[in-house]
Design a protein around this ligand. Structure first.
Ligand code: PLP
Length: 394
């Protein structure tokens, strides 16, 4: 009998970011005078907003006084924060009980931890290109993954498969890396598929706040029937600059039942056993995001990334380059011109324009020949990149 989880041996080594770093370092060593335009990484560049900073300071002070000190927090989340998040959903006519909202340390943690609720023999449906952690977390558990091609042909938003089978289905909208968004009609098809097959959708809403078109759903629960088949995982990382501060939330409706087991109750049991919750200081800071002032500040913060996207899309349009995303997403997914691979495009952009992006090959086989630009970048860098790209890729 093995002692350790041998599935770890089945993980593919990801050389993507190591490979990028190696090429960038080699270039910088030869050209130390060149300023590099960094549009590669999906980490935010704007700091936390003033009301969040004030709340974090206040929380630290509260921890210094016995009358306001907090010890262990509720494992499922600080009650005022759960309530504020439920209020945030109500603005879009999604009615949730506070007890259906769980505060987390971020979407990554939840995307891994939530798998504990599911049988290892349950298959997974994964649309690629995809955020690499989806596949890796399931390979670690030994689940069988059915890959579906998200491609140019289906706007990177594929419909459900013809065959009916029970699975754990990942949907990420707005998508990382493609920036594509699932329409209401398409999400309804997936929700119907999941309810008919007894599947469960894991809906990754980490980028919901970037949706600007009115009729694109920001939550899976905007779709009728979703409460009986979907878990939504979201995060303040990209919404409010919490990548290094760490706070997110997960919604598990009470109506979600499989094998006569209630998944909300199972998750309460899981959390009360496997975590002692998120730090009070962080949750108090997160609460400020949902205040009126906090929401206004978040919109100002996001306007930087939105403006980046607008300027960069204009540059791509002028250069006649084809792309997805950007409108409802901080990512722009460009088709590499002249049949170049993502890596060839990477080298050309680095050497001739000092632009760093991410080759689509890093997000699965359907990413080949595509290239991701992140709009979480410095405004001046975006302007420079926009002014150079046409000349090197035309
Ligand atoms: N989901 C997607 C699609 C992401 O792109 C990311 C981070 O880049 C995450 C989840 C993880 O977010 P968090 O910082 O909340 O762990």
């Amino acid at each position: 009998m093995p002692t350790v989880n041998l599935n770890y041996g089945k993980l593919k080594n990801s050389y993507l970011f190591a490979n990028i770093a190696e090429r960038v370092n080699a270039y910088s060593a030869l050209h130390p005078e060149q300023h590099l335009l960094r549009l590669g990484i999906g980490d935010v560049t704007q700091p936390l907003t003033p009301s969040v900073i004030a709340a974090l300071h206040e929380a630290v002070d509260m921890q210094s006084r016995s009358d306001t000190f907090h010890g262990y927090m509720s494992e499922c989340g600080y009650a005022p924060l759960r309530s504020a998040i439920a209020g945030y959903y109500r603005q879009r006519n999604v009615i949730l009980k506070d007890s259906e909202v769980f505060v987390s340390s971020g979407a990554s943690d939840e995307l891994g931890d939530i798998l504990h609720l599911f049988e290892r023999s349950l298959d997974v449906i994964l649309m690629e290109p995809a955020y690499p952690a989806y596949a890796d977390a399931n390979v670690m558990d030994g689940r069988m993954i059915h890959y579906m091609d998200a491609s140019d042909a289906n706007g990177f938003t594929p419909p459900p498969p013809q065959e009916s089978f029970q699975a754990l289905i990942y949907i990420c909208s707005p998508n990382n890396p493609t920036g594509a968004v699932f329409t209401r009609d398409l999400l309804k098809q997936w929700v119907d598929y999941a309810n008919q097959t007894g599947s469960v959708i894991l809906f990754d809403a980490a980028y919901e706040v970037f949706i600007s078109e009115a009729d694109i759903p920001r939550s899976i629960y905007e779709i009728e029937g979703a409460k009986t088949c979907a878990i939504e995982i979201s995060s303040l990382s990209k919404t409010a600059g919490f990548t290094g501060t760490r706070c997110g939330y997960t919604v598990i409706p009470e109506e979600l039942v499989r094998d006569d087991m209630n998944l909300n109750a199972m998750w309460v049991r899981n959390r009360t056993t496997r975590t002692n919750g998120v730090s009070f200081i962080v949750q108090h800071g997160a609460l400020a995001v949902f205040s009126d002032r906090g929401q206004k500040e978040v919109q100002e913060l996001l306007s930087v990334y939105r403006m980046n996207a607008k300027n960069f899309m204009k540059a791509l349009d002028e250069a006649g380059l084809k792309y997805f995303g950007g409108r409802n997403s901080p990512y722009i997914w460009m088709k590499c011109p002249d049949g170049m691979s993502g890596w060839e495009t990477f080298d050309r952009l680095l050497e001739q324009a000092q632009i760093i992006g991410t080759p689509g090959e890093g997000f699965g086989k359907c990413g080949a020949g595509w290239f991701r630009f992140s709009m979480f970048a410095d405004q001046k860098d975006i302007e420079k990149a926009g002014s150079r790209i046409g000349a090197v890729l035309k």
